[in-house]
Design a protein around this ligand. Structure first.
Ligand code: ME8
Length: 510
């Protein structure tokens, strides 16, 4: 059996779940469901990153001890994903005893191999990023991410010989063109690797930071938070036991945004090389969601919360928007106006209307009983079926390229075709002529095949809607998979229509 493994970043617990976290998590959820629908055994990991300065500072600001603080916010991430219907298989926390023990094991291994040394280092340290910056990386003396001048820190620490693995990493990226994708991020990493790689400081003295995993070989130090965090992707499989590590790890597909490219494309593979572990399969990098008003921030009061979106628009509508609006790899703009426009045009009008029209006609003309198809289909019936078959093929190739927006576009183009089929065949006119009743039955049968196909193909993107369609058609899983024209047994009765996506009236239109 083919296998695949998807991971999201483990999110810092110094912020509550927002649009950005939700996007990566929805993408991982969609991919997991999609690969399962193709028959793969898939494993989906998410979780929280709970060590380091940032977290201690957030706990202090909240007036609580780090442990209670991380328990609360990690719980919030987990319950948010649960309430959003995110079907992760395991939720990892870096404060889990097993993870801490695993990190200790890996550190000891690379220490024993001679890839860790003790030395003094002075540098520009950004507390926001939790890393040292070189002079060159600073912009006007400031951290480019946090727009703040870093602190100059000099101390004795442990270093990982990352530089030793630079050539092997470059070779890997050259020989595996889709190791880091899309291309623009691969190019960015290769450009960065043109300069000599420095060794990585992997410890923090306990005198400065206690909230971390102690180094197994020196009790006066804790592990640098990124060294601890990146290992989550492997430790989760190790904890699962059995042969999970062997079967899933080489099929690992990481999903991240561009903000954490360097840690994932450089620190992580070199750490794996030093630990004697195989490399992940793909690092998949997406762009940033930006607001009309600029960067999303608490102080600007423009933070988008997933549960609020679910409450107001429905989770499937929100998922659809996220996947349809962003071209994976590029930045995208978020605005409520764009969300409402998509819901009204694509969901309420295009999808919702099609389903309710077809189901309503089926009720009205045939009391919900699916009529049989004649042996010879009209040209337009074949065209309709072929259009959906082509859309499915396109969807497959776009999914392989992580082009979710184009996969959905392909499906919606078939939906447009189905809506035109209704207008052109005009069953609502034909029904007035009793001699044409069997043709009306056949047209509606083909349209029910459209709804059945949609239920199957939409499932990874909009799982609740897909289930709802299946319930309305009253078909089971095996009937869902049947070829076109064979999904409904003779005399099968479908349910009465309902409104799937109510139109959202905006203030402007009221
Ligand atoms: O970096 N647009 O955690 P984090 C798109 N703990 N995606 C966004 C986004 C935006 N505006 N904002 C956040 C960390 N994200 C580390 C990761 S992994 C071993 C450790 C998403 O809470 C996106 O996935 O800052 C990004 O990479 C991640 O949240 C950063 O989450």
């Amino acid at each position: 059996m083919e296998r695949i493994y998807f991971t999201t970043p483990i999110y810092y617990v110094n912020a509550e779940p927002h649009l950005g976290h939700t996007y990566t998590t929805v993408v991982a959820d969609t991919l997991t469901r999609y690969y399962r629908s193709l028959g793969y055994e898939a494993f989906f990991l998410t979780g929280t990153d709970e060590h380091g300065d940032k977290i201690v500072q957030a706990a202090e600001a909240g007036g609580v001890d780090p442990k209670s603080y991380v328990d609360r916010v990690s719980g919030l991430f987990r319950s948010t994903w649960d309430r959003c219907g995110i079907a992760y298989d395991y939720f990892i926390r870096t404060t889990d005893p097993h993870h801490q023990e695993f990190v200790g094991r890996i550190l000891q291994k690379i220490y024993d191999n001679g890839d860790v040394y003790f030395g003094e280092y002075g540098g520009h340290y950004c507390y926001g990023c939790e890393r040292f910056y070189t002079e060159k990386e600073l912009v006007d003396g400031k951290c480019p991410d946090h727009q703040k001048a870093p602190d100059y820190i000099s101390e004795k620490n442990y270093f990982f010989r990352m530089s030793k693995y630079q050539d092997r990493l470059i070779e890997t990226i050259h020989s595996r063109p889709d190791f880091i994708r899309p291309d623009r991020y691969r190019a960015e990493v290769l450009a960065f690797l043109r300069e000599p790689l420095e060794d990585l400081c992997i410890s923090r003295p306990k005198s400065r930071l206690q909230w971390g995993i102690p180094l197994p070989f020196d009790a006066n130090y804790v592990t640098y938070v990124w060294f601890d965090a990146l290992l989550n992707y492997v430790s989760a499989l190790d904890r699962r036991g059995g042969n999970s590590l062997q079967i899933f790890w080489p099929k690992a597909n990481h999903l991240i945004a561009k903000d954490i490219l360097k840690t994932h494309a450089i620190y992580w593979p070199t750490m794996l090389m030093a630990a004697g572990l195989p490399l992940f399969d793909h690092l998949n990098v997406h762009g940033y969601w930006v607001m009309d008003s600029g960067k999303m921030s608490k102080s600007l009061g423009n933070v988008i919360r997933p549960l609020e979106m679910k409450e107001r628009f429905g989770m499937d509508a929100f998922r659809y928007f996220l996947l349809r609006e962003m071209a994976f790899g590029q930045d995208a703009k978020f605005s409520e106006e764009a969300l409402v426009t998509r819901i009204n045009a694509d969901l309420a009008n295009n999808l919702g209307n099609l389903v309710s029209r077809v189901l309503a006609m089926q009720q009205k003309y045939f009391a919900g009983i699916v009529q049989s198809l004649s042996a010879d289909w009209a040209a337009e019936d074949n065209e309709l079926r072929d259009k959906f078959a082509r859309a499915e093929e396109e969807l497959k190739s776009f999914m392989a390229e992580l082009q979710f927006h184009r996969a959905l576009e392909a499906l919606w183009s078939a939906l447009d075709h189905a809506n035109r089929y209704i207008v052109q065949t005009a069953p609502f006119t034909m029904v007035k002529d009793p001699a044409k009743l069997s043709r009306v039955g056949a047209i509606l049968h083909h349209l029910l095949e459209v709804v059945r196909t949609l239920s199957r193909l939409l499932a990874p993107f909009m799982p609740d809607t897909a289930n709802e369609l299946r319930t309305l058609l009253d078909v089971n899983e095996s009937a869902l998979q049947a070829p076109w024209g064979q999904g409904f047994a003779a005399g099968h009765k479908i349910k009465a229509p309902k409104v799937l996506f109510p139109r959202i009236e905006t203030d402007a239109k009221k």
